[in-house]
Design a protein around this ligand. Structure first.
Ligand code: PHE
Length: 359
């Protein structure tokens, strides 16, 4: 038979048992389960409540009150445990989702979260074009060589078959530096001095392209920049012919501009090549049909080329009886201009993001 004493001690046991179990819970899911087993319909507490009906009236009220207190105490305890678990959860999320702003500012590391709304910027149109050109030539078996932008007169002119006062120097408006004797140190006017450096090293054969920045004393306009980029190709080996040059230019044109694009040569003059030619490619805007960019001809003039002049071989210590070779060169900025139908080249220097972000 149930009596009030037994009920009181049972309630005390249920409470301490319940608190121990609740205190050991580590996550919200387990908490819900434990809570159900302590306070739910099938719990010992609920069973005890059902047994109260056997008690005499006054005792029943007392026992009922005690049971209610125990129930209240246990559910208060469960709420405390829940609050504590919630707090720990929030704290953990804060740490996990923390952005280290100092590191983003320094640019030393990417933020730990992929933030899709951050715009990362990209390489400049001219750099993209240069990278593409390099890749095309590398795929054709060329290597990439760079040289200094500040040159001596010898590398930029004299070794290229232009002795002092040679009239052909007028083809390039030169910026000189106040270094050494007057007019001996300059900003290179083309990438051809890198050819001279490569040939002077004497590591033959040569199959190289030489991209880089060049300078001319030009006033900027829609088609000229005083600082611009060229890429030059040089092949020196035994038995190299004009036909090899035309073939390489044709293969490059198709690899770079795409199928159905061709090249053609027209006679020209450069002091360092003989014979010399200008090369044209199918207009990339109209694919040869004729448009405003190509003045209706279907062709765009891209650059110069020719067989390396024997005097250049002699100046750089290569035997012209044994070796022959060809060179070609063209403007990277100009190519980027033609390909994007850019009316004014000066936009390439303006640093206007609205323009640059289009490419
Ligand atoms: N260096 C020449 C220029 O700047 C281009 C060129 C390169 C021509 C190689 C022929 C051979 O105009």
């Amino acid at each position: 038979m149930t009596d009030i004493q037994t009920i009181r001690s049972t309630l005390a046991n249920l409470r301490s048992d319940g608190e121990t179990r609740l205190g050991g819970v580590a996550d919200l899911e387990t908490l819900a389960e434990v809570e159900r087993s302590i306070l739910g319909k099938r719990s010992a507490l609920a069973g005890l409540g059902a047994a109260l009906k056997d008690l005499a009236g006054s005792e029943r009220a007392e026992a009922g009150q005690a049971l209610q207190q125990t129930r209240q105490a246990l559910s208060d305890f469960a709420r405390q445990v829940r609050d504590e678990l919630d707090r720990r959860d929030a704290e953990r999320r804060l740490v996990e989702e923390r952005l280290d702003l100092s590191e983003i500012a320094c640019g030393s590391r990417r933020p730990p979260l992929a933030a899709s709304s951050r715009s990362a910027g990209h390489l400049h149109l001219v750099t993209q074009t240069r990278d593409e050109l390099e890749e095309t030539f590398i795929s054709m078996g060329f290597d990439v060589v760079e040289g200094p932008e500040v040159e001596t007169d010898w590398y930029n002119f004299e070794a290229l078959n232009m002795p002092p006062d040679h009239p052909a120097r007028g083809m390039w408006d030169t910026l000189y530096l106040r270094l050494g004797s007057p007019e001996t140190v300059l900003l290179r006017t083309h990438t051809s001095p890198v050819q001279v450096r490569l040939m002077s090293k004497g590591d033959l054969p040569i199959y190289s392209v030489m991209p880089g920045r060049c300078y001319r004393r030009d006033t900027p306009d829609a088609r000229h920049l005083p600082v611009f980029h060229q890429i030059e190709g040089l092949v020196v080996d035994e038995g190299i012919t004009f036909g090899d040059m035309a073939g390489v230019i044709e293969v490059f044109t198709e690899a770079f501009f795409g199928e159905g694009m061709h090249s053609r040569l027209r006679p020209s003059f450069f002091p360092f090549t003989e014979p010399s030619a200008e090369f044209e490619v199918t207009c990339p805007i109209c694919a040869g049909a004729g448009c405003r960019t190509c003045s209706g001809s279907g062709w765009i003039e891209l650059g110069g080329c020719g067989m390396v002049d024997p005097n250049v071989f002699t100046a750089t210590g290569i035997d012209p009886e044994r070796y022959s070779g060809f060179a070609f060169g063209f403007g990277i900025d100009r190519l980027a201009q033609v390909r994007t139908s850019l009316a004014d080249m000066r936009a390439l220097l303006d640093n206007d993001v609205r323009f640059l972000s289009q490419f």
